[in-house]
Design a protein around this ligand. Sequence first.
Ligand code: PMP
Ligand code: GLN
Length: 382
Amino acid sequence: LLAANGTVAPTVFAEMSALALETGAVNLGQGFPDEDGPREVLEAAREAIASGVNQYPPGPGMPVLREAIARHQRRWYDLEVDPVREVLVTAGATEALAAAILAFVDTGDEVVTFEPSYDAYAALVARAGGVHRTVPLRFPDWVPDPDELRAAVTDRTRVILLNSPHNPTGAVLDRETLELVVELAHRHDALIVTDEVYEHLVFDGRHVPIATLPGAWQRTVSISSGGKTFNTTGWKIGWLTGPAHFVTAVLAVKQYLTFVNGAPFQPAIAAGLDLSHTYFADAAAALAAKRDVLVRGLDAAGFTTAVPRSGYFAVADAAPLGASDAAAFCRELPRRAGVVGVPVTAFVHPDRRDSVRTLVRFAFCKRREVLEEASARLASLS
Ligand code: PMP
Ligand code: GLN
């Protein structure tokens, strides 16, 4: 969080990955895959570099990628998006989030998120001078209370910032909640900014973008990224889609953040977005199998685990193992058991950390043998 002097502490992910390196522990902290993505995508990046796609791309992104994003929105969601005016390529979803928050949130404007939430949200809202209001998602079901959502959104709300599929919980917001968000955004004249980076990593059923709901498109900015879908988290190719006037406002901020980014990776992610349905289905099924390995391991070690419906992460309660403070537990865990996890307190405002005091997030976007090794190590805890 932004401290009074304007500094930001190192993220929990940087801290925990450093601890993993230092101790030789299995790193189930930071969410990144330990295997490369599809050959076609890697090959397309190599080809782009070899054929000279190495200078500044156009500000809104290369046409080949913006067109592939528009095709992707049509193919998966039946959304018609104009690749020229309604798509912006960004340096990962992170820059899309930053530029959108900076574009839309003025000093004193309120931003509503669910909580826990991805750590960048609170920091970005604070950086923009906004006021962060939250609606709790409670372990182990993570289903928001509609009355709490209604109470959080008021005429002071500028943005409702959603993340479904959700990090850190793996929750997927149900249709009723999405409908209520749209209704509240209309009633209070708020914008919806939706972070859907895990859109293709839903284990049962299909992802429903809020932008597809009746009345949503005109006030929604949707954000995604190639990192999770194609195992290319280090490439930082993200994007934002929405009505042209929003895209223009976000581009105005982006041009002075990074200007442009990732030229040779843009056609490569475009190639990825055009892959067959089989690629996407297989990737989700492979990840669901990894989830099962980790959840079994956590349960066998004595944690109580909320089975995630999507994404990279499982949240487990360490209270049955005698933990009373997940942050302290996670600091000791590498030396005690040779595994790194992240305390869910890192995703919650300091004043509300009691509600998640004993919860730990573990990443399962790792090779099966790595998850099995982590499970064997965790078994030594009980
Ligand atoms: N949003 C969420 C919910 C995430 O989990 C992540 C990845 N850690 C991001 C945004 C950032 O995505 P990118 O790497 O594309 O910037
Ligand atoms: N999204 C990943 C996570 O939640 C990585 C984030 C990061 O390193 N900033 O672990």
